[in-house]
Design a protein around this ligand. Structure first.
Ligand code: CLF
Ligand code: SF4
Length: 517
């Protein structure tokens, strides 16, 4: 159990003390009994300070647990950028918060406000509005803040979120606070200008272009200054870092320490996505992204310093829906302008109250299962399992319909979310495709089992032949409770000699298993 996450605020506590508690707290992860989560509270308000719980409880990026239940949306109101990253091509969305190659519809603040109301009235679990590109929101301050102003007037229950490269951040901290933007992400890829010069060819600073080490020095100073200013004001900060092998991979441990010491709440190390067809400098020079093994090793090595976000989906700048699903096509400008919007705060709150009841039931079920696991003889065995889910924290997706699998590590401590694997749709038009099944098996070949709501005979046989146990007996049940129950049974079967435990270490994770561009 990690005591650092168990703290409470006294009434009228000084802001410095509160910020120290945020800094002491390892990101948004909590020990939560023995089932420690990597990047989200899994046990609820008893497990963290009320002020922090209020900020993260329905933010799908700041709480891994919340991302099963709550959705976010982005509005693409910020086309310009004030720096150049070697992994970005302005023809595409911002690579910090999106997949390269997906072009957004640019919106005016008024169109964006209409879109937010349209989405909020259709998706009651949409709780967060982010401005994340396609350029830098703070290089477009008038459009960004006008959007926040309009939304705070018309949809006051929606949390406002911002993602920036940080160059202009210190100039806008007061405005960020004024509009109650309570979550800010800064992309920090280096704190050493010599490393930065290999990532940023130039920045636009005080009306002129600055290049090389000097550009990187200015950028890092502004990023650290902005981070300190935000955390001093009690604004929750997440740091995104793009892992670029051979350039900043080893250096990101130092970045992790630097941002943690300045009060960052959560660190999200994302893989570089790079391909020649993206037309970026790194794409054209053949700079590769990290393997799954390299990414996980770096995240693991930073976890002692600070909890790591592992559920990021590298969203596009107009993403809508739960992380991992994309409903943006339902809300094009043409469609939203024709939509009758009825923003009903009461029914949204009623829906969210029902979600909260479901979450409580889920936590209670997990804790009950954990108690029975704790009663078993301790074991060093650890396994990974893959889960097909479309949300609500339940095993509720057909094997053939899964676009991704969520991966949990099971041990005597419980079930811990450790990442996701995107896969091609195995079921194409109702027929299983041989090649796609092979792709799925490759993506989850380090998992002992795959939990699904339903699965056909053919894929069942092939998974079994590949050493992955297909499990449909927990269909529509809660993920963590079911996974712990399965793990107890697994340990029993190993003890009885019915199955041989196969250690599947990182070496078994094939390149690309986590990452698909
Ligand atoms: Fe958007 Fe970013 Fe806010 Fe989330 S995304 S601005 S913090 S609401 Fe989330 Fe998407 Fe990862 Fe960003 S999964 S890319 S971390
Ligand atoms: Fe592209 Fe974002 Fe970098 Fe600007 S900050 S160059 S939009 S990735």
């Amino acid at each position: 159990m990690d005591d650092s996450s168990n703290f409470e605020f006294a009434a009228a506590e000084p802001l410095d003390d509160i910020m120290q508690k945020i800094a002491d707290h390892k990101g948004c992860g909590t020990s939560g009994g023995s089932g420690k989560s990597s990047c989200g509270t899994s046990d609820g308000p008893d497990d963290m300070a009320p002020e922090i719980w209020e900020k993260v409880k329905n933010h799908p990026c700041y709480s891994e647990e919340a991302h099963h239940h709550y959705a976010r949306m982005h509005v693409a109101v910020a086309p310009a950028c004030n720096i150049q990253c070697n992994y970005c091509n302005r023809k595409y969305d911002c690579a910090n918060e999106s997949r390269p190659g997906v072009v957004s519809e640019k919106l005016t603040p008024e169109q964006a406000a209409k879109k937010v109301l349209a989405v909020a009235s259709t998706i009651p679990q949409m709780t967060v509005l982010g401005v994340a590109g396609p350029g830098d929101p703070l290089a477009n301050p008038a459009k960004t803040f006008k959007t926040f102003e309009l939304i705070s007037q018309t949809a006051p229950d929606i949390k406002l979120c911002l993602s920036t490269n940080g160059l202009a951040l210190p100039d806008h901290v007061d405005t960020i606070a004024k509009y109650n933007v309570d979550h800010v992400t800064i992309t920090v890829n280096m704190v050493d200008p010599e490393v930065g010069a290999q990532i940023y060819p130039w920045i636009f600073w005080k009306n002129k272009r600055v290049t090389g080490i000097e550009a990187a020095r200015i950028l890092t100073e502004r990023q650290m200054q902005g981070l300190e200013m935000l955390t001093e004001r009690g604004i929750l900060c997440k740091v995104n870092s793009v892992m670029i092998p051979g350039i900043n991979d080893k250096h990101l441990v130092e970045v992790n320490r630097a941002v943690k010491s300045r009060g960052a709440f959560l660190h999200n190390i994302m893989p570089l996505i790079s391909a020649p067809e993206h037309g970026t400098v790194f794409g054209l020079t053949g700079q590769r992204g990290p393997t799954a093994q390299e990414l996980k090793a770096l995240q693991d090595s930073c976890e002692g310093e600070m909890n790591m976000m592992r559920h990021c989906r590298q969203c596009r700048a107009d993403a809508v829906g739960l992380l991992g699903e994309d409903r943006s096509a339902e809300f094009t400008t043409e469609k939203i302008m024709e939509m009758e919007v009825s923003y009903d705060l009461e029914s949204r709150q009623a829906y969210q109250n029902a979600v909260e009841q479901e979450r409580l039931a889920k936590v209670a079920a997990k804790n009950a299962e954990l108690e029975t696991l704790a009663a078993e003889e301790a074991s060093d065995i650890k396994i990974l399992v893959a889960v097909a889910t479309k949300g609500q924290g339940r095993i509720n997706e057909h094997f053939g319909h899964a676009k991704e699998f969520q991966v949990y590590e099971l041990s005597s401590k419980g079930a811990k979310f450790v990442g996701h694997r995107r896969v091609d749709l195995y079921c194409q038009g109702g027929y299983g495709e041989e090649d796609s099944l092979e792709t799925v098996i490759k993506a989850i070949n380090d998992c002992a089992a795959v939990f699904v709501a339903k699965i056909g005979h053919c894929p069942k046989d092939e998974l079994t032949a590949a050493g992955i146990e297909p499990i449909d007996q927990y269909a529509f049940e809660f993920i963590e409770q079911s996974a712990i129950a399965y793990f107890k049974d697994y340990l029993d079967r190993v003890k009885r000699g019915e199955i041989a435990h196969v250690a599947r270490g990182d070496a078994d994770i094939r390149q690309g298993a986590y990452i698909s561009a």
